[in-house]
Structures are given as C-alpha cells and as structure tokens.
Design a binder for this molecule. Sequence first.
Ligand code: PLP
Length: 483
Amino acid sequence: MVEMIESPLASVPQAPRPQPGSGATSLPFPHPDRADPTLEAMLLEAAGLLAGWFSTAAAGRPLPGLSVQPPVAPEASGLTPAELLADVQRLMEGAYNPNHPGAVAHLDPPPLLASVVGDLIAAGLNNNLLAEELSPSLSRLERSLCSWLAEQIGLPAGSGGVPASGGSLSNLMALVVARHARGLDGVAEAVVLCSADAHVSLAKAMRVMGLASGALHALPVDAEGRLASEQLARKLDALQLQGIPVIAVVATAGTTVRGAADPLVPIAALCRRYGLWLHVDGAIGAVFALSPSHRLRVEGLGAADSVTMNPQKLLGITKTSSLLLLARPALLSETFATGLPYMEPSWGVVHGGEAGLQGSRPAEIIKLWLGLRQLGLAGIEAVLDGAIRRRRQLQALLAADGRLLLRGGSFHLLAFRPDGFDRQACEQWSQRTRQQLLQERLMLSRPDYQGHHHLKAVLGNPHTRLEQLEAIATVVASSVAVP
Ligand SMILES: *Cc1c(COP(=O)(O)O)cnc(C)c1O
C-alpha cells in the first residue's frame, strides 16, 4: 500500500483565509501594520496591576505567606489577556516586596520608575546586543554609557566595559580577562588572592575556569572586615619566592555581610610594585564613586585594572544590571573574540557578543540609562546619602543598647549580634528575632559570619523611615535579654 504524504497546505482548505493586511494568522503578536487595541489594552491593564501592587506595598508585608500557584502548563488553546493577567495577579500576591518600608534584608531595593519602563521597552524592541546589526542604536548606547561610567568612577580616559547579567558573571569575566592578559591561560598552578570576606562568586569562577579550589587564596581580614595589606604583601612575597603565578588580586569595595571596603590605595600600590592585575569587586561599593561627596569611600578605585559594579544593588535599576568596567576595554575582545561568521562585521569597535562571555543579550542598558537620567546626578547623590544616613541612624540606635557587637563598614550595610553569645545562642537568637521582626513587618537577613549568626540590615530602601529603624531597635533590645 502506498502511503500518501499529504501536503500540510492541502489539509487546511477550509481554514478562514487571512484578511488582506491582517498578517498570516491571528497569533498574538503585535500588528506590524496598524494600531493594535489588544496590545494597548493589555499593556494598560498590566500597568494598572503593577501600579496597584506598588501603591499597596506598605499595607502588605515584605515577605508574604504562601500564595496559590497558578497553573503552569499551556492549555490546549491560548488564554485571553484577562485570564493571563489574573494568573499574574496570583503570582504577585506571593512575591517578595522590595517596596515595603520594612524590606531591609538584602541588596534588592525598590525599582526606579524609569527603569521598569526601560525593561518594558527593551522587551518590546527585542534587540540583541550580540551583534550590531541586531541592535544598532543600542550597541552604541551601551558602549558610550559603559565608557562614561568607567571614567566617572575614576578609571583613565579610554576606559570602558560591558554589561553582564549579574555581578557573579562580571567577576568571572574579570578573572578570565586577567588570566589571558597576563599570559596565564592553561597554567594550572596560577592563583587568585582575595580576602576571607570576598564574595562566593569568586569560588564559583575558579570552578568555571578549571582551577583547583585551593587556587583561591582567601587572606584573613582585620577587625573591620578589611583585607590587611601587610598580609597581602607577605603573601605576594611568599608566592614570588615559590614561583607561583598570580592571575589577579581581588579587592572588595563593599563586602556582602558588613559592607567593608578593602584599602584600595595600598593594595593598588602593591599590585603596581609586583606587576599584578587588580580587580575590584565593587558590586556594592562602586556606585559610591559616582558622587563626589561619597567617592572617598572607595578611594583608589581608579587604579584598578577592572571593576565590577552592580547598579541593581542600590540605585534601583531593575535586575539584572551589572557591569564589568576596565581601564583597557580592548582586552575584552582580545580575550573573548571568536569571530562571528554569521554576522556582518562590526562598524563600531567590536560586537557585544565578542566583548564578553554572553552571546545573545537583552538591552539591559536601556533601564540603566533611563534610570540614571531620571535620577540625575542630584538624585544619585540623594540615593547614596539616604542609604548612608539610615545606616548611621540604625547604628546609633543599636549602639545605645550596649549589648550588641556591631559589624559595619563604609556603606549602607550593618550586621550585629549579641556580645558574648556563643554559636548556638546566636543561632537561636537570630532565628527567634528574625521571626519577631517579620511579625512587625520588618525583614532582616541572618548571615553566618565568622562563626556566629548575625542579623543584617541593608539600608538601601528609600521608603524606610526612622520609624522602622526604631521598631527594629526595640525588637532587638527585647530579644537580647533572653539568651
Ligand atoms: C552581590 C555580590 C556579587 C554578585 O552579584 P550577583 O549580581 O548576585 O551575581 C559579587 N560581589 C559582591 C561583593 C556582592 O555583594
């Protein structure tokens, strides 16, 4: 028997013929040739939903209870905008709410208005920063803004960089570039130096780079949580004697638990003396270099070879927004360029996809650009001022108690625990107190730091007022009485 293979076209003769100008189908893509009332209505409804979520944040709680999960699999036929948005509403009910004034647990502030819009526009444009023919205006914007930011934080003229989806990726790229620039690709015994309080992403980077975990030398910190430069000098001498090559020294400008800044000036001097690459993980602190009145907190930043900056962590740029900035940005393509045989040549400097690890990339630059310009220099300064002011206020309130060990630094983070409690007592205290704070709609985090659990406040939320800080101090004061 001969099997008939039917043409798919032959099987749909009764399907309604497309109307002229209506596009091939009624699939839910925005019309390319006329106004699209469905699109506009859905955008407006979604905007209303989001606006409602923002405007009722303070009435809710930072960390909501469990919510009903909407169905996950696609139905046999597609849902209407109203049905889709009803499901979105349910997800929103269970979402962490960074806009609540009591949300002071993490490095996740409320989003700036223009940044939210920037994300929407980036999604709508759906350009790809992989190659210039897929994102002509945006590739230029990205390069220009990276150069402006790099020079603004003190890197030399001609500096620049590339956005990355998160600081972990920026740190990884920095180390890969440093290794390549120092001619250490494939050298198994090469090491990286950092402090014991450096971010976990460095350990992850070592794994990705095929280096042994022991190749990350985490040096002890001083009482203020900073890498002691004398320790670093001794270590560098020892490595030199042993003939062990160094990929990079990583200094942290803003450690994740307490916001300490390693002393960048002496560390940079050591790196110059030994001819070493200095990467500054400024995921938290680098944005402070954008303001003349806060720049001293990261003095020496401009002497780095590379800097990680995360505008998503304090400035309110929606996630993800991280940048790797370099004094010599050409090293990016020297490290990562492969040629893109399926693309027209770049008419700028280099394709986005050859300036880093990521291939296809969204236009994350739009929300950063719009957010910074909506703030203006005065707004950037005000965000930084407010964060530092709130940290000082909380610090003063908690110090007045007299029974707490405060672990602060140069920025807007503050960790603390009762003085004299052992590990077990700290664990119980921190768990109990976090629950009590949550009942008061105040959310702090509970890092395990130097052998003890602490409570930690990150004071980047511009909605947090003295009222919330006093409430935190009251709950904490009553909790310290019970070991
Ligand atoms: C948050 C953080 C990172 C990692 O950033 P992600 O965007 O979460 O990947 C790196 N370094 C420090 C110091 C951080 O605090």
